[in-house]
Design a protein around this ligand. Structure first.
Ligand code: CA
Ligand code: CA
Length: 731
């Protein structure tokens, strides 16, 4: 089958991205020298109501006579003011807008320059006492022609002079479009819904819907980049905060260009040079699209029309914590071209740093750190562009390069990495779930733990084989710890591809290979013949410890293999998934108390599982610690017992057996010592007409659909006619 690897030229051209993007930001704020709207007062509250308000001569301070437009209140406000906005749709008002006046006609519905303001939406008309954005939708609408909100601190040397704290708004139908020709500053597009530059950012309870950043440059050699269809946050002076922010159907699409298309980055959210805490962020059906071209598709600097992270793309210096991220149905699509198709990197999430380089000259190297605590990344797609040489796809859910990464408590299911089609060469594909790489910088490390990585897929495009692999996880030149994960049923859609669960390789890297530490994982049900679950390429090392292998066609590759240590510690046995490994709900990957994984993660110091439950005794292998199954029996009335076992996922039916003491009456519901079947959704059983003060033994066994006994417990109890917890009655 020959060499199966990604071509180096596919990998080597990306270090220029940050430089290109940086130039645009610098130019954006150059030439803006005045501070036009400075005011003195602090902490006033101003009021806006599009239905009842009037702007004329109004300072917006009277709650009974609000202004009509948000911009009027912004213009009247001083730093520290809060602006309360009543429900309704707010569109571009056309006058007195500082973005028009000072930024060369760059329009936004709401434009804030050099002020620190709070905006709160969700108020019912005529009542400023309470806010409920879902009951009182407060919408900033770009009408498919203008950006929704722009916040700028015009002097990068005084970065704290602008900030926005925004809560309870929907920003929709925003558009930022690059020009057909001109410099990068003119052809690039940023933040269709919202753009912030050098400004503080706090967003809470916000929705970004159907906003678009559209690169221009159709008359140029290369198309303009488009970054942040929903929102672009560039260069924050202090940690940004995003809480309960939803991005739906936003799009970042690079421009066409004569030789190659422009990049599409962060269809939902784009973050450049920022520290940020994001919690409860949701990304649905956002798109990053690399620009397509009739031309070659690749410029002389080896750039192509690539697309990145359709949910969120993080670039440059970054220190980002994300808590509870949901990303579903996002699509990252490389641009089409005549000869070289654009790549696709991270169907939902992408991060890229340059660890030892200060690209923007601010004295801080572009070291990127991304930590994800809790996520659900499902049904996302990375797809390379079509061309004679198809575009690469890397990471159906997540791709990072030169970034330090921590992923824990995540469900990463049913994502797809699909290479582009090509007649000269197929687009290679890697990392159906996760694609981690270090090409030019060796140091960043990655940890993925307590996560489920299941039913992701990798397929190269049509055309002569180039290759790829890593159905679950792709590790290229990066020291990675993959620990306590449940890795199940990831698939190869084409051949030849390598490593249906994990592929360890170092092709194309400029440093020595880095080891992978693969510990305490369940690696199961990778049944495709001819593909090992864990593939370690020659000259690479994988250090294994206490993994459970089950149902794989082969567990590790044995030819053209690097060094695989610790295989002798493996557990070979049925993990006994409660849901039978059906996929879908992550709960289906809970394991039964009879799982071969129970108490087998020797040496593991992990204290919690994916659900945050404490690991019992010796940790179990995989993402879940098996929960003890318990039958409680309560005396609830005279001659009556209630057995309760709660609801368990993945149970087909229960069998209950009552052992009756000698001389005692049998329960009305069950014969003594004869098992009775209860359906899988039963949470317990009544036992009535018993003999008081006789001790009954109640045993319950739970069965899976295949008839295997998964859970069992038994308990003893006696009914009485004394009810200390019921109202006293006279007997
Ligand atoms: Ca820097
Ligand atoms: Ca245990």
């Amino acid at each position: 089958m020959g060499k199966v690897s990604l071509k180096e030229d596919n990998m080597a051209h990306r270090v220029h991205w940050l430089i290109t993007i940086f130039l645009c930001l610098l130019a954006m704020s150059a030439g803006f020298t005045t501070n036009p709207l400075q005011a003195e007062s602090l902490g006033a509250t101003r009021y806006v109501n599009t239905a009842t308000g009037s702007d004329s001569g109004n300072n917006c301070l009277n709650p009974d006579a609000p202004c009509r437009t948000i911009q009027r209140a912004v213009n009247q406000a001083a730093s520290g003011d809060a602006i309360l906005v009543a429900a309704g749709k707010y569109t571009y008002a056309g006058t007195d807008n500082p973005c028009d006046q000072y930024l060369g006609g760059l329009k936004a519905v709401v434009c804030i320059i050099n002020k620190e303001l709070t905006l709160r939406g969700g108020y019912p008309s005529g009542n400023w006492g309470w806010s409920d954005p879902s009951a009182n939708p407060t919408i900033i609408d770009g009408e498919n022609r203008l950006r929704g909100v722009y916040v700028l601190s015009s002097d990068p040397n005084k970065p704290s002079q602008a900030s926005i704290e925004m809560e309870g708004f929907t920003i929709q139908n925003g558009l930022n479009q690059g020009a057909a020709s001109g410099s990068d500053t003119q052809t690039f597009a940023f933040g269709g819904g919202m753009l912030t530059d050098y400004a503080g950012v706090v967003l809470r309870n916000m929705r970004f819907t159907n906003n678009v950043a559209l690169g221009g440059g159709s008359q140029n050699t290369y198309g303009g980049s488009a970054s942040g269809g929903g929102a672009a946050i560039r260069r924050t002076p202090w940690r940004a905060t995003l809480e309960n922010v939803v991005f739906v159907a936003n799009r970042a699409e690079g421009g066409s260009g004569r030789t190659r298309g422009g990049y599409g980055l962060g269809g939902g959210l784009y973050v450049l040079w920022a520290e940020m805490d994001g919690s409860n962020l949701e990304f649905y059906d956002n798109t990053s699209q690399g620009g397509s071209t009739q031309g070659n598709g690749q410029t002389s600097d080896l750039q192509r029309g690539d697309a990145f992270g359709a949910g969120v793309t993080i670039m440059g210096y970054a220190d980002i914590n994300l808590y509870n991220v949901v990303a579903r149905g996002n699509r990252t699509i490389g641009g089409n071209a005549a000869t070289n198709g654009g790549g696709a990197f991270g169907g939902a999430i992408k991060a890229e740093g340059i660890p030892t380089v200060d690209a923007n000259g601010d004295g801080v190297n572009e070291t990127a750190t991304l930590r994800i605590f809790g996520c659900d990344l499902t049904d996302n797609l990375a797809q390379g562009g079509d061309a004679a040489v198809g575009g690469i796809s890397a990471g159906g859910a997540l791709e990072t390069i030169h970034s330090t990464l921590l992923v824990e408590r995540c469900n990463i299911q049913n994502n797809k990495s699909q290479g582009g089609n090509g007649v000269s060469a197929q687009g290679p594909a890697g990392g159906g779930g996760i694609y981690l790489q270090n090409i030019f910088y060796a140091d960043p490390t990655a940890t993925v733990k307590n996560s489920v990585i299941a039913y992701n897929s990798v397929g190269a495009g049509s055309g002569p084989a180039v290759g790829g692999g890593g159905g679950g996880i792709w590790l290229q030149g990066i020291e990675a710890t993959i620990a306590h994960n449940t890795i199940v049923g990831n698939r190869m859609l084409t051949r030849p591809l390598q490593g249906s669960a994990i592929d360890v390789l170092s092709d194309g890297i400029t440093h020595a290979p880095k080891p992978a530490y693969i510990r305490y994982n369940i690696i199961a049900n990778h049944a495709e013949t001819g593909v090992a679950a864990v593939h370690v390429k020659p000259s690479n090392t994988a250090n294994l410890a206490y993994n459970l292998f089950f149902g794989n066609s082969s567990n590790v590759n044995t030819s053209q293999v690097g060094v695989i240590n610790g295989m002798n510690t493996s557990v070979l046995g049925d993990p006994r998934f409660i849901g039978g490994a059906a996929g879908g709900s992550v709960e289906n990957f809970r394991i039964s108390t009879s799982s071969a994984a129970v108490n087998q993660a020797l040496d593991s110091s992990e204290v919690e599982d994916i659900a945050g439950n404490t690991r019992n005794g010796v940790p179990d292998i995989g993402a879940y610690e098996s929960a003890p199954f318990q039958v409680w029996v309560a005396q609830v009335a005279s001659e009556t017992l209630r057995a309760y076992w709660g609801t368990q996922s993945g149970i087909d039916h229960y069998q209950l057996t009552v052992t009756c003491p000698p001389g005692a009456k049998r329960p009305a519901e069950v014969e003594c010592n004869v098992p009775k079947r209860y359906p899988g959704d039963a949470d317990g059983a009544w036992l009535t007409r018993l003999t008081n003060y006789a001790s009954y033994d109640i045993a319950v066994t739970a069965y899976g659909a295949d008839g295997a006994a998964l859970l069992a417990d038994e308990s003893e109890a006696m009914p009485t006619d004394i009810f200390v917890y019921t109202p006293l009655v006279t007997r």
